[in-house]
Design a protein around this ligand. Structure first.
Ligand code: SAH
Ligand code: F3S
Length: 459
């Protein structure tokens, strides 16, 4: 992500009165983002913090004298990617000795000092709760020891800071930080700390500001977004409150936890027109035994019942999921339960992963990573193939239908076409005709792949 400046309309960079002394030595900073949407949102927050202190956030790496990598630790390959990137940046640093390289985010928090051993040329290592100190840390960098900002702070919610977002039609709004769930496979609670919610009144003001900036759609973000409890309001209430903001056209959220899918959430989804009829509901496994070992706090049967309950209440609900194969102790029979549940639910789409053991997690400490790499790959391929077929069949059924699409930008493959998302978060591609970015258009679907609807604008 390249936080792009300037904004469409100049924004006050402070939600409250500035308390920061302008810095003497302004730097040009390039932020490179890895991982999930939460990291994209955090990079926007970092851009807000750095800009308000007088630094400049640039969109081209060549223009920078500070490079910050905002990293992910969720699976091993996410960390390997960053280590490789750092090796490349070490060459740059040799050519440009005053270049500052910082590692921020989940991998910084996860590896801590080990990161310095792997990449001794790194100047800053800053975890997700230390971003307020970034301007100071950049100025404090010396050629001696790297600056470490690794304290987790259960009270840090950055609620007073205005992020700087790229222009666009969809804004990602963090409503909650951290996670209290402690799934045994997951590093997030260890690198992002305890769950904390941003007050509802702050979020409603944020959405008003997003409308003023020209955004049409807001995606509420949290690790277990529906366990939100800001100012004693629950997630259903937040959905209602945000939907009432004039000018916001669509509201969606990611990712909810099945155990926190309350009736209040389901009612808000069913009755608020602006709340998209779409849910990303991580399953992880279709075997109750494996779910228990994962500490997911629901059984396969409870998950299944939740999906059907939601489908009954919200007709044409679009459902997607996350699945992990090859978790500790997963037998072929357990895996088949996942396969069969996916075949039964028929998700619109799914993110599918091989289990990757993460140092520091409960599974790493107490369970054996005993499914062979070959079996993990075979199981992953089997569900990818299944899901590809299901997504294709579901999308084929949309041929001939007209769907409402929010125009987002040019299609990556064809400059004569625009692309955008449906209410269900499916990508649609269509000739531009007279449409404009930010407009809602009706697209008749003529063709479909497992990922994309291809059509044309109709009156
Ligand atoms: N609560 C967050 C989870 C973030 S991690 C959310 O729902 O978005 C995103 C996904 O990565 C998880 O749902 C899980 O499917 C996968 N994942 C997490 N830890 C993993 C691990 N150790 N190995 C493989 N996949 C993992
Ligand atoms: Fe991770 Fe489970 Fe929380 S997947 S982010 S510990 S809900």
């Amino acid at each position: 992500m390249n936080p792009k400046i300037p904004l469409k309309t100049p924004l006050p960079l402070y939600k409250s009165a500035p308390t920061v002394e302008p810095i003497q030595n302004a730097r040009q900073i390039y932020i490179e983002t890895y991982g999930c949407q939460m990291n994209v949102s955090d990079s926007e927050l970092m851009a807000g913090i750095l800009t308000r202190s007088g630094h400049e956030v640039v969109s081209q790496l060549e223009d920078a004298n500070v490079i910050l990598l905002n990293t992910c630790a969720i699976r091993e390959n996410a960390e390997t990617k960053v280590i490789n990137r750092l090796k490349h940046l070490s060459y740059l640093k040799r050519k440009q000795p005053d270049l500052i390289v910082g590692v921020c985010g989940c991998m910084a928090q996860h590896l801590r000092k080990k990161l310095i051993e792997a990449a001794p040329y790194v100047d800053l290592v800053m975890g997700p709760d230390a971003y307020r100190n970034l301007p100071m840390a950049i100025n404090a960098v010396t050629s001696a020891d790297p600056f470490l900002g690794l304290k987790l702070d259960k009270d840090e919610d950055y609620a007073d800071i205005a992020p700087i977002r790229k222009d666009g039609v969809r804004a990602w709004l963090t409503i909650q930080r951290g996670c209290d769930k402690m799934c045994t496979f997951c590093i997030v609670p260890f690198v992002r700390g305890r769950e904390r919610s941003i007050p509802l009144s702050v979020l409603v003001d944020d959405v008003k500001r997003l409308v003023d900036e020209g955004f049409k759609e807001v995606v509420l973000l949290g690790q277990t977004v529906n366990s939100y409890h800001g100012e004693k309001h629950d997630f259903g209430e937040l959905l209602f409150a945000v939907s009432e903001v004039q000018g916001i056209k669509r509201v969606r959220f990611t990712s909810p936890h099945p155990s926190d899918a309350t009736d209040s959430m389901i009612e808000a989804m069913a009755t608020c027109d602006k709340v998209c009829k779409q849910i990303h509901l991580p399953l992880q496994s279709g075997s109750t035994k494996v779910l228990k070992a994962m500490r997911r706090t629901y059984t396969a049967e409870e998950y299944r019942e939740l999906v059907w309950k939601m489908r009954d209440r919200i007709p044409n609900l679009i459902v997607s999921t996350d699945v992990i194969v090859g978790f500790c102790g997963e037998t072929e029979a357990d895996f088949m339960e996942t396969y069969n549940l996916m075949a039964e639910v028929r998700y619109d789409s799914a993110f599918m992963f091989k289990y990757s053991s993460r140092e520091g997690t409960l599974a790493y400490k107490s369970l054996e990573d005993d499914v062979s790499e070959v079996e993990k790959i075979q199981r992953l391929q089997a569900i990818i193939e299944l899901q590809g077929r299901i997504s294709y069949e579901i999308n084929q059924e949309l041929i001939g239908d007209t769907v409402e699409v929010l125009v987002e930008g040019e299609s990556r493959k064809d400059v004569a076409k625009y692309q955008g998302k449906t209410d269900g978060f499916k990508t649609a591609v269509f000739p531009k005709a007279d449409s404009e970015i930010g407009q809602f258009v009706c697209v008749k679907v003529n063709k479909a792949t497992s990922h994309t609807l291809i059509g044309e604008i109709v009156a």
